[in-house]
Design a protein around this ligand. Sequence first.
Ligand code: TNX
Length: 564
Amino acid sequence: MKHIAAIALSGMFILSCGPQDNINFVTDNIIPAPQSIVAGDGTFKVAGAGISVSEDMDAMSVAAIEKFAGRLGKVTGRKSRVCTGLKEHGISFCTDSTMGRESYRIDISARSARITAADFHGVLYAIQTIGQMLPVEYYGDTTVRDALWKLPCLTIEDAPRYHYRGMHLDVARHFFSADEVKRYLDLMAMHKMNTFHWHLTDDQGWRVEIRKYPRLTEYGSIRKQTIVGHHNDPMHKVNGNIYDNTPYGGYYTQDEIRDVVAYADSLGITVIPEIDMPGHMVAALAAYPEMGCTGGPYEVRCTWAIADEALCPGKEATFTFIEDVLTEIMELFPSEIIHIGGDECRKQFWENCPDCQRLIRKLGLRSDSRFTKEQYLQCYVTDRVQKFLAEHGRTLMGWDEIIEGDISKDAVVMYWRPGRSRMPANDGFRTVMVPAPYFYFDYYQSEHLDLEPLSIGGFIPIEKTYSYEPEEEVDPEHLDKILGVQANLWTEFISDRVNMYYNLLPRMDALSEIQWCEKGKRDFERFKKALVHQMQAYDIMDYPYSRAVFGEYGIPEKFKQEME
Ligand code: TNX
C-alpha cells in the first residue's frame, strides 16, 4: 500500500515539474555559489508549508527561523507555522554538531525540505540560500500569491572557505544613522558575511559616545565645514580648496551602539570596532589637545588626506586616555578582536617633540636600516595596547603599518598595501586580506567618469575584485595564517546612502564569492548571470547599485532624485 502511494506521488511529481516551471535553474541565482548542488527531480511547494524545528535548537536559531516563517507568510499569502519537534513533511530544521563550523545541508524532496545545520550560522545561511532560490518577490513586502513559490528537489552541501568574512564601513568621514547601518548589515547577512568592521573615529569626526570623555562627541564629532571635491583638484580645475561652509556632525550614543551590536548578533555578525590610533586622531585632539605633542589648538579636520598630527606617546596621559576609551569600547563590543588602526601615522611631530624623544631614549630605541626610531615608537604603542587588550581577553587588530618594526605575533593584521608593505602572513601574523587594488570600494567602478559620481579615484571594476585569489602572495607554509577577506568602504566622497550602496553593490557580491567559494571554484560567467536575479532583489529592497558590469553607468535616475 505504501509502495503504491509512493508511485502515485512520484507520478504527481513528474506532472508538477513541467518545463513551464523553469525552476531547475534557480540554483544558478545563489550568491555566493554553494560548494555542492546535486539536482533531483520534482519540486517542493513552499507556500503554506509547515515548519518544524528540532527540540535542541538554540533560541537565536529559532528566532531566525520564526523571522523566515514570517517573511514566507507575508510574501506567499499563506501562513507557515513553526512548531517544535521534527516532522517528516514540510520544512524542517535540525542541527548536527559533527558538521563543520558554519556549514549546512539542504535536502529537498517533493514532500519535505530538510535543513541540517552545524550551528546558528549554518541555519542562517541555509535560510539565505533558500531565499535566493525563491522568486525575487521573496525580498519584498507585498503578497504575490501567483509567484512560483516552489523549490526544486535537490541536495545542497555548503560551507565557507574562510571564517573571517568581513565588510567595513567608515562612518567618521561621513556619518550614517544606526538604522542605515542596520540596512547595511542586512546586506552583509544576505551575502553570508559574519564580520562588520566599523570605522568609528578619524580626523574628521569622532562618532561613538565615551562617557568618561564627553568632549569627544560634544566637540570631536563636529567639523566646521567640509571640503568640496578634491584637495587642489586638477581634474575639477579647482585651484586651492573650496569649502561648503556648513557644520557637519553626528555620533552614536552608547545605547544606539548596543542596539546595532545586538541586531548584528541576530544576523550572525560580529562587530569589530575600530578606534584608529595613534594617527587619524585629530578629532580627539581637538577635544583633548593635551594629548598632542604641541598641545594644540587643533580643529576637527575639514579636508581629507593624511594629517600630520598624532597622539603623543611621550605623555603618559595619552595611555590613560587610550585605556579608558578601550575599556568603554570593550563594554560595548563583545568582539574578541578590537581594531586599533595604526595606519598612516606621520611621525614629524614625534621627531620634534621633547616628550617623545625622551621616551625613545628611555626605551633605547634606535633607527636602523629597516625602520626609524619613531616607527619603533609606534610599535611600543601597539605592543602596550596589545598587552592591555590581552589582559581583558581581547586580540588586537591593526592595519599593516603596525608591523613596521617589531611587534608581538599575537596581533592580527589587515593587509591593505600590496607592494608597499610585506605580506604579514609570511611573517607569521594572522592576516585578513584587504588589498586596496581589489577591495577599496570607494574607488571608481567604471572608467566613464563623466557618468559616475565623484569618487576618491582609482578604478576597481567588479571583474578585478572577482579575480582576487587570497593565497597568491602567501608562502605555502603560511596559508593557515589567512583568516579571511574583507572589503573597505571609505566615505570621504560618499556622503549619503545612495552613494554608499551604489559603491558597495554589486562589488560586494564578488567579495562574497571570494570569501565563500573554494579555490578555483569561481566562475565569472555564472556569477554575472546570478547578478541579474540579485539586482532584481536590490530593486525590490530599494538598494541602489551599479550596472557597470552590464555596460550601464552612473546612478540610476530614480535615486538621483533622492540625493541632496
Ligand atoms: C587609506 S586604508 C586609508 C583611509 C582612507 C582610504 C581612502 C587605511 C588604513 N587608510 O584612511 O580613507 O585610504 O581610500
